[in-house]
Design a protein around this ligand. Structure first.
Ligand code: ATP
Length: 208
């Protein structure tokens, strides 16, 4: 069975992330999903949240078949997905590996290091997110269109090279929205798991 690889800031991890991972398990038949928190982002300011707290929230939110994976933290420096994927490929030379992406991330893929090499290492599964258009953005078509498949089976039979759009139920939640809600004193109910909500309250995270 394929392994799902899901990277992000997870600042904090929220129900949109968990929902996407669960849909990928249920609809694709992934064996597991590895949540891979980034060390330093390539395209934005580094997070103000302590790494230790981001990890503790993930530990509280994840249960098998979801696993915390510290590959990018251990490597240190700026986290480039292509390097992470190559290290998984070295570890699993023949397994199908599926990189999970929200549609907003997929639409920005052209700015990622060696984005045109990703499909030579893994399959890519894109899940819709509210307010994003379906499909491949025009500027990425020449790189990705020929890889597009509507067959889930291809994610099992091919270890890399397939682009698949997952029809997952969508949740209108983002880490940005959660951080704003906290500043406004609004509830986190329905946005993060109970354990994560307690941790944020206990530690007074995301307050000015
Ligand atoms: P921020 O608001 O700080 O940008 P985020 O909510 O987008 O954070 P990240 O940790 O940056 O969370 O995202 C990790 C991955 O999860 C990305 O591929 C992103 O597209 C995806 N993702 C985040 N929220 C959702 C959601 N509600 N539905 C589907 N995918 C999501």
């Amino acid at each position: 069975m394929p392994i799902g690889l899901f990277g992000g800031s997870f600042d904090p991890v929220h129900l949109g992330h968990l929902n996407l991972a669960k849909s990928a398990i249920d609809l694709i038949g992934l064996e597991q999903v590895r949540f891979i928190p980034l060390n330093l982002p390539a395209h934005r300011e580094a997070s103000l949240t302590r790494l230790e707290d981001r990890l503790k929230m993930l530990q509280r939110a994840l249960r098998p078949p979801f696993f915390l994976d510290e590959t990018e933290i251990s490597r240190g420096g700026v986290s480039y997905t292509v390097e992470t994927l190559q290290s998984f490929r070295d570890e699993y030379p023949t397994r199908s590996l599926c990189l999970l992406l929200g549609k907003d991330s997929f639409d920005q893929l052209g700015s990622w290091r060696s984005y045109d090499k990703l499909l030579s290492i893994v399959n890519i599964v894109v899940a819709g997110r509210p307010n994003t258009h379906n499909g491949i953005p025009a500027y990425l078509k020449s790189t990705f269109e020929s890889a597009l498949s509507k067959s889930v089976t291809s994610l099992h039979t091919k270890k890399c090279g397939v682009l698949y759009f997952l029809e997952a139920p969508l949740m209108d939640v983002s880490s940005t929205k959660i951080r704003c809600n906290i500043l406004k004193g609004e509830s986190l109910m329905g946005l993060v798991s109970e354990e994560v909500a307690h941790f944020i309250e206990q530690k007074n995270l995301y307050q000015l």
